[in-house]
Design a protein around this ligand. Structure first.
Ligand code: GDP
Ligand code: MG
Length: 725
């Protein structure tokens, strides 16, 4: 027999930390809410006959948020054998609010007061026996972070699960409420299991819709119950649900007053509060954030002597994957005497393609490491809080900010980070727009055109970045006006955890998880596509005979480019550059790193191309006009992301229709914006002439403005959650 133990508690009370400790697993510990919307199951280390469920963090067993629904569903329908209720010892009152409800479920509960290291530091003491008596269950203390008391707690809760021993339930409510509850219990006693009786009765008293629906009471019974509730409400001059809430808090504060002795009663700001005063200050918050981000990107990708990420990346690109690896593999192949085509496939196809991606790994790891430290320290939840006010204006919540921040490194972990957003439509919108943010691999494309056409003006790079942000904002506003997305983003409820020193385990886990999703691309999709590209570029029909081609113009890739280039004619891709731009865009779908390299091949540049392709600048400049170049850049920045990111979209949407919709939206949006830019600005430079597409562009522009400024549809707010098991 396998015992089921549920791990329940408020957000950020340390559930996942304890879960990882007890199961030896590697679940991601996040500092903002919703990280554990999925339930996670694990086996106890050293005790295989018990499994433990890490439930989403909740404040109450009401059915108002996705987390509450998921947790409540699990507790009531799966009926675990025992509940391990973790509470944050630095905030006992608020945490016990959930505890009083868990106990009513009639499942044995072990209360674990966590964060004892902090509690001791504050000089508070907790009388476990008194607290246990008041709650009607056993109480132990632990520090999940330090691993203190965790094994003992695990032993205790497994024991509870085996014996099914439930303590005497305390009478939390006043006489008249208990009276009404007793009547309700009597009325529904044949509908529910005996040990759940009190919980159901209280929920009925609160007029909980889900519970009422489930119980299917007869009309008479419902009326009978309703008179008791109404009587009680009249007597207390309050609504049933709020009577329960208030009395719970009264009960808790009495119990805590008896059992917990705080050292200093005077109101003193904690260090954390003092930091927050500055960091979340109305005027300072954004400048401080900007400086921190500037430093982080500087260290990861900047031009300075201490930009370790960029230095390591340069080394990886120039030395490791530029000389050593090709040298070693090339030498090996030569000594084996492999045939020419195989040598070409391995060296020019696989080694060059995979190496181009792996070369970026050092700066990605540095970026993700620094972001992970900020997360673990507690700063990121402040940032989400600061950003919430801004993001709300265009229909996203502050929680969308972290995915976008991560996406500036790589879209794949960025899209994965959207998992932290509880509300379905907010999450979908975030997934659909995160790919607009210029990721690390799009930088060389910007660099190529900034250098080749615009004299390396910093404005090109800056504007590219802002076009990404503008695309997010415009999409947010536009999408919000469609019924599917309409309605306020979920209210921003979250815990700002106390600042604390980062834990190496958490930081490395987060860095690795994100970094690995980037590295994995190299071994899978990039490997495969490098081989295909190598083939398409190197072979073709010459005089009707299929063979290896010297001249790129005869390659299969060129044929494909020529065949589909007309699609992009309205974007100004015309003449001799059209097929090259088309081919580069297609290879960009495989990986954006490929775009510059593809231009290198197409312009017949033999040899090692620098990251931004300096060697072919003059050739590109001869082919692209300023507005054409810009239209190409915009299309490639905004259109569907690389295959790996599309894979991430598919995983996170977990729905074919939405996946295709998201990618189609991005491509369509990119096409429309590039076309408007080319057709209208092209008139000024003379690259475009007035014609049918000018009119189409104007119509599209008007349509876009209409979608942007039309009034929002009226929707009735309702919580839209689907629980999947
Ligand atoms: P969950 O939301 O309940 O899963 O909580 P997490 O496990 O994600 O923990 C939230 C934060 O509290 C993390 O930053 C942990 O490092 C921190 N934390 C967890 N347990 C302890 C503890 O015993 N002491 C201290 N000081 N911090 C802890
Ligand atoms: Mg968690």
């Amino acid at each position: 027999m396998q015992y089921k133990i549920a791990l329940a508690g408020n957000p950020n009370c340390g559930k996942t930390t304890l879960f990882n400790h007890l199961t030896g697993s590697n679940q991601y510990v996040g500092n903002w809410p919703g990280v554990t919307v999925e339930k996670k199951e694990g086996k106890f280390k050293g005790n295989k006959d018990a499994i433990i469920q890490d439930l989403p963090g909740i404040y109450s067993l009401s059915p108002y948020t996705l987390e509450e629904v998921v947790s409540r569903q699990y507790l009531v329908t799966e009926k675990p054998d025992a509940i391990l209720n973790i509470i944050d010892g630095t905030n006992i009152e608020r945490n016990l609010y959930l505890t009083t409800q868990l106990i009513e479920l009639g499942i044995p509960v072990l209360v674990c007061v966590n964060m004892m290291d902090l509690v001791r530091k504050n000089g508070s003491t907790i009388d476990l026996e008194k607290l246990g008596k008041a709650l009607g269950c056993e109480v132990v203390t632990i520090s999940a972070l330090k691993g203190e008391g965790c094994q003992e707690a695990a032993q205790k809760v497994i024991e509870l699960a085996k014996t099914h021993k439930v303590g005497e339930l305390p009478h939390v409510f006043s006489g008249s409420v208990e009276h009404a509850i007793a009547h309700i219990e009597e009325s529904i006693s044949d509908k529910v299991e005996e040990n759940f009786l009190r919980w159901y009765a209280i929920k009925v008293f609160e007029r909980d819709k889900d519970v009422m629906e489930k119980l299917q009471l007869s009309h008479d019974l419902e009326n009978h119950i309703e008179t008791h509730i109404a009587d009680c409400e009249a007597e207390m001059d309050d609504e049933a649900e709020s009577i329960i809430t208030n009395q719970r808090y009264t009960y808790i504060s009495r119990a805590v007053g008896d059992a917990v002795k705080k050292k200093h009663e005077e109101v003193k700001l904690t260090t954390s509060d003092k930091i927050d005063r500055i960091v979340t200050n109305r005027f300072l918050a954004l400048p401080i954030f900007a400086v921190i981000m500037f430093l982080i990107y500087g260290i990861a990708m900047g031009p300075w002597d201490f930009s370790i990420g960029r230095i390591a990346t340069d080394w990886a690109n120039d030395v490791l994957f530029g000389k050593w690896v090709p040298g070693a593999i090339g030498g090996l192949l030569e000594s084996l005497g492999v045939s020419g085509w195989l040598y070409g496939l391995i060296m020019d196809g696989i080694v060059a393609g995979v190496g181009a991606v792996l070369g970026f790994v050092p700066q990605m790891l540095v970026l993700f490491l620094l972001l992970a430290i900020l997360e673990d320290v507690g700063y990121m939840s402040r940032v989400a809080f600061i950003m919430d006010k801004i993001f709300r204006r265009f229909g996203l919540s502050g929680k969308s900010f972290i995915p976008m921040l991560v996406a500036t490194g790589c879209g794949v972990p960025g899209i994965m980070a959207s998992r932290t957003i509880e509300q379905d439509r907010d999450r979908k919108m975030t997934i659909m727009t995160t790919g607009f943010i210029p990721c690390g691999a799009k930088m060389p494309i910007i660099g190529l055109f900034a250098g080749a056409i615009f004299g390396n003006s910093v404005w090109v790079a800056t504007s590219a970045f802002f076009i990404g942000i503008a695309a997010v904002v415009v999409s947010g506003i536009m999408l919000k006006k469609f019924k599917t997305f309409a309605g306020e983003p979920a209210p921003f409820v979250m815990e700002l955890p106390i600042y604390h020193a980062p834990s190496a385990g958490n930081v490395f886990r987060a860095t690795w998880e994100r970094g690995f999703s980037f590295i994995k691309r190299a071994g899978t999709i990039i490997l495969l596509s490098s081989i295909i590209l190598w083939f398409l570029q190197g072979y073709g029909f010459v005089d009707g005979v299929f063979q290896a081609v010297e001249d790129n113009n005869h390659s299969l890739l060129a044929s494909i480019g020529h065949a589909v280039a007309w699609i992009f004619y309205p974007l100004g891709w015309a003449g001799d550059m059209a097929w090259k731009a088309t081919v580069a865009t297609v290879t960009g779908l495989i990986a954006k790193e490929e775009v510059v390299m593809t231009f290198g091949t197409l312009y017949n540049f033999a040899g090692e191309l620098s990251e931004t392709g300096d060697e072919i600048w003059s050739l590109v400049a001869a082919d692209f006009g300023a507005v054409t170049a810009y239209s190409f850049m915009i299309f490639n920045l905004l259109c569907a992301p690389c295959f790996a990111a599309m894979g991430a979209i598919k995983r996170e949407m977990n729905n074919r229709k939405w996946t295709i919709g998201a990618i189609a939206y991005m491509c369509g949006f990119a096409y429309v914006i590039s076309m408007i830019v080319f057709q209208l600005f092209g008139l000024i430079t003379g690259e475009a002439t007035f014609g049918i597409f000018t009119i189409v562009a104007i119509v599209l522009l008007v349509g876009l403005l209409y979608l942007l400024f039309r009034p929002a549809p009226k929707v009735e707010e309702k919580l839209d959650v689907k629980v999947t098991k």
